[in-house]
Design a protein around this ligand. Structure first.
Ligand SMILES: [Zn+2]
Length: 494
């Protein structure tokens, strides 16, 4: 296993290259991922991001690393436009829904946890909240002021990007340079207290009616969005840790600002590897609530959407996401989900068949299992390349189907290795689940469908074909196909 560990390469957004992974502390990995801002239901794009980091967490653990995975909950300070203007997203939602801000936080934290649990994402080792770390944030803001990079105006504190850039590189991650940023930033027409529009807020003074506010040396107020991640990642992972991740939309300004804060406070870029998961589009376009080109996770899994012909199980949707590399844009469509469903079921059928295999050949196999296992590790070691891993798994599926058809054989030793590796990559590393409500062989489901088929047969006998067709079509929509013979009917799950 040691040689496998040494071969792991991760694409680092700072260098723009794949780099051999080497951890700060041997056999340990510290990983921080920017979590959700809990002011609305988690959307599918976020779910893709958290799935990408779940796979990274799972694979590092599989390789034998002891991973401390910190994923925060942003429950204050994330303003509407990602810069420093507009209302706090949680306060705004509370005002619109006539709720306490903490009710908003509770409601959507619960929704987030429910959704990631359904998706079989492992919980992080620590899940800190921004509101639980106000004192840590104040401490860092003081330090930034002491270093001459932060300044206070009217109770708010800002990070002086120009002062910082004199001895550091603001733009090291996003590759934007300050000159271009100046050129592209609209003037704030004196509406802001900032020295320069590029400066970002570390602390904001609250309006008198604002509920979410805390005491500080500068004013009763609340922290800026970027400082929370610097405070929490440093508290639990130290001045320099291994992996910092998030969605690609966070690269600028959020992560660029985190790096700047960390350089002032600790003299490091916070993490050695900055990793970004790409976005999810829907039918070739950006998802957006305003254009109705939008699907919520629950609409795919259970309630249905006008954009889809049927609902899809969580493992199918997760499998669909893993068929693309985490750094590629992934486009979701009905056809793509239908194809993933077929593919995923083929893999599960092959694993079931493998489990029930009773006979092995004596010594020889018609498949080089060791070479195949190496291929699985090579794929994942190449910046967690799940589509190549899945292509490899389909090679094994083909072979298993040949065994089933009697046209190939496998030795007992190879059988064991193949079964174990299939299980560990499909279930442990990719975190897919075999059992879902639509798995044939689920006793209760079989019973229920038998009852429905019996009622449908009665309808057919009574020549009530409109009812029997209706039942067939309704089941079909849920992915259950009815096969009629003269005497009775059977079913298959697509
Ligand atoms: Zn963050």
């Amino acid at each position: 296993m040691q040689s496998v560990v040494k071969n792991l390469k991760i694409y680092n957004s700072i260098s723009g290259k794949k780099e051999i992974f080497s951890s700060v502390i041997d056999n340990h990995v510290g990983m921080y991922v920017c979590g959700p801002t809990v002011y609305s239901n988690v959307h599918l794009g976020n779910l893709r991001t958290f799935t990408s980091f779940d796979i990274i967490y799972r694979y590092l653990t599989h390789l034998g690393y002891k991973v401390r995975y910190v994923r925060n909950i942003t429950d204050v300070g994330h303003l509407e436009n990602d810069e420093d203007q507009g209302e706090d997203r949680i306060s705004k939602k509370a005002r619109l829904e006539n709720l306490e801000p903490m009710e908003v936080v509770q409601k959507y934290t619960y929704d987030f946890h429910e959704t990631v649990r359904k998706f079989n994402l492992l919980p992080p080792s620590i899940e800190p909240t921004a509101t639980g770390h106000i004192l840590d944030q104040i401490k860092l803001i003081k330090k930034i002021i002491d270093e001459g990079i932060g300044y206070e105006v009217n109770g708010s504190v800002y990070f002086d990007v120009f002062e910082y850039n004199k001895s550091n590189n603001y733009g090291i991650l996003s590759k934007r340079n300050l000159e271009d940023l100046i050129h592209n930033t609209r003037s704030l027409d004196g509406q802001s207290d900032k020295k320069n529009p590029q400066d970002f807020a570390l602390w904001k003074k609250a309006e008198p009616k604002h509920i979410m506010k805390w005491d500080s040396p500068w004013s009763e107020g609340f922290p800026g969005w970027h400082i929370e991640c610097t405070a929490m990642s440093n508290k639990y992972l130290g001045d320099i840790f291994d992996i910092h991740g998030g969605g690609i939309d966070l690269k600028f300004p959020h992560h660029e600002c985190e790096i700047a804060q960390s350089n002032v406070c600790f003299g490091t870029n916070a993490a050695n590897y900055w990793v970004h998961a790409n976005m999810l589009t829907l039918n070739g376009q950006k998802m957006s609530k305003s254009t109705e080109n939008n699907i919520l996770p629950d609409e795919i899994f259970s309630s249905g959407s006008p954009l889809l012909s049927k609902t899809f199980s969580e493992p199918t949707v997760k499998f669909f996401m893993l068929q693309a590399h985490y750094r590629s844009i992934l486009d979701l469509s009905d056809n793509a989900l239908l194809a993933s469903e077929k593919g995923f079921n083929k893999i599960i059928d092959a694993i079931n068949m493998l489990e029930n295999l009773k006979s092995y050949s004596d010594k020889t196999s018609d498949f080089d299992v060791e070479k195949w296992i190496k291929g699985c590790y090579d794929a994942m070691n190449d910046d967690f390349n799940t589509p190549i891993l899945i292509a490899n798994i389909f090679e094994a599926v083909k072979f298993i189907n040949k065994i089933k058809a009697g046209s190939a054989k496998i030795s007992e030793k190879d059988y064991k290795m193949l079964s174990e590796t299939m299980d560990s990559f499909v279930f442990d590393v990719m975190g897919l689940k075999k059992t879902n409500a639509l798995q044939k062989g689920n006793d209760k489901l079989d019973d229920v469908i038998d009852i429905i088929l019996e009622l449908r047969n009665d309808a057919r006998k009574n020549k009530d074909f409109s009812l029997s067709d209706k039942i067939r079509d309704m089941l079909n929509k849920k992915g259950i196909s009815i096969n009629d013979s003269d005497k009775n009917s059977s079913y298959t799950i697509d």
